[in-house]
Design a protein around this ligand. Structure first.
Ligand code: APR
Ligand code: PHB
Length: 389
């Protein structure tokens, strides 16, 4: 088999890239290790920057997003019994859209199906060959024996645990990592959200986040230890702890219910450079990871897709390699700003085991400065709604 672009990974990055390329007449094949159902069962953050909303519109998959997505013009930040709002609309003139990543992925799968997009699921032993030469190819097993796809380019959209990043020689790769000493215990429940906007809570007992997927589906998180396990938390224990971390007014109005999903996510900051090696381009979680505090994972994958899509279009349509040659530099410039914001917001909102009394006073001073200073709020708002591509 031959195609123009082999895309490894059928998550949001790979699907969005494939759909955008298709609309430009550029062929691709997606190779996905899991089943479609497995991919769609993943619960991930659901706060979309306007840049991502625009890309989904460009890909022609924003109909449901526009009818079911919830525009959020601000967010609440609390510390103990104090609470204040960051007004995105007033500070930046724009907002974010709350719409689950699962729904984004579902919309993209539907679009790929409608376009007759080639997607191979449950593949095994994907291997990238000759990425540093002019005739790369990918081999894999599809249950009917070994397969080979010759191509012009390979997009490594296979997430943090994929094969693409490891294909870049260790002598070429530069990796940067920070592992946080805690995780997020998340619960999904068929209950109305405690507040119309998100609440990011810093409390003496640790961080908490009140989020949502719809007016009847809520998503809550509490900071837990890195070694914690979901099965160690009953629903009642979770709700009790959450109520102790948010202001009393919201705790009293919180509607609890049975968890329909309960899981723990570890927190990590990670970047690999460069994001290109020959004809292999790394995209999304394959190249970088952020702590979910700033909801930048999906949104930074989207900006990678934007830069790679632009570069491939210029190559195929104008025979101009400048876009793909500058992909890594352009993508990383925005990746590092998203890493910085996610790291800063995590430091502001979480309790770290090694914090001294002075550190805690610095954290509170930072919260009070953010609460009282327009420039600080504008900076936070501009990062949260999404820096320009
Ligand atoms: N071969 C084929 N597919 C693979 C391989 C492999 N060797 N390894 C991983 N995959 C698939 C995974 O099964 C997954 O479906 O690649 C896909 C990668 O998807 P994501 O991990 O979702 O990464 P990405 O598409 O970049 O989206 C980033 O997803 O995980 C969230 O927080 C993350 O919101 C961010 C977004
Ligand atoms: C979520 O709804 O899952 C969510 C929202 C905002 C975040 C992280 C997660 O910062």
């Amino acid at each position: 088999m031959r195609t123009q672009v082999v895309i490894i990974g059928g998550g949001p990055s790979g699907l969005l890239l494939a759909q955008l390329l298709h609309l430009q007449g550029i062929e691709s094949v997606i190779l996905e290790r899991q089943t479609r159902a497995h991919v769609l069962a993943r619960i991930r953050a659901g706060v979309l920057e306007q840049g991502m909303v625009g890309l989904l519109a460009q890909a022609g998959v924003d109909a449901r997003l526009r009818s079911e997505g919830i525009p959020h013009h601000g967010t609440l930040i609390s510390y103990d019994e104090e609470i204040f709002r960051i007004d995105f609309e007033r500070l930046t003139g724009t907002s974010v859209m709350v719409y689950g990543q699962t729904e984004v992925t579902r919309d993209l799968y539907d679009a790929r199906d409608a376009a007759g997009g080639r997607m191979v699921f449950s593949v095994e032993n994907v291997v990238i060959h000759d990425a540093d030469r002019d005739a790369p190819f990918v081999t894999y097993d599809d249950g009917h024996g070994g397969q080979r796809i010759d191509c012009d380019f390979i997009a490594g959209c296979d997430g943090f645990h994929g094969v693409s990043r490891a294909t870049v020689p260790a002598s070429v790769r530069r990796e940067y990592e920070k592992v946080y000493p805690f995780g997020w215990l998340g619960v999904l429940s068929h209950t109305p959200p405690v507040n119309a906007e998100l609440i990011y809570a810093n409390s003496q007992r640790g961080f908490a986040l009140c989020s949502m997927r719809s007016p009847t589906l809520s998503r809550y998180y509490i900071q837990c230890t890195a070694s914690d396990r979901p099965e160690a938390w009953s629903d009642e224990a979770f709700w009790t702890e959450l109520k102790r971390r948010i202001p009393a007014e919201q705790a009293e109005s919180l509607v609890t219910g049975p968890s329909i999903e309960k899981s723990i996510a570890p927190l990590r900051s990670f970047v690999t450079e460069p994001m290109r090696w020959g004809r292999l381009f790394l995209c999304g979680d394959a190249a970088h990871i952020v702590p979910p505090t700033g909801a930048k994972g999906l949104n930074t994958a989207a900006s990678d897709v934007h830069y790679l899509f632009e570069g491939l279009c210029r190559y195929y349509n104008d025979k101009d390699p400048e876009g793909i040659d500058r992909y890594s530099e352009r993508a990383l410039a925005r990746v590092w700003k998203a890493e910085r914001f996610s790291w800063w917001f995590s430091a502001l909102m979480h309790r770290y085991p090694d914090q001294s009394p002075f550190d805690l006073r610095m954290q509170r001073a930072e919260l009070e400065f953010l609460r009282s200073n327009e420039a600080a709020q504008k900076s936070m708002a501009e990062n949260y709604v999404g820096l320009p591509y």
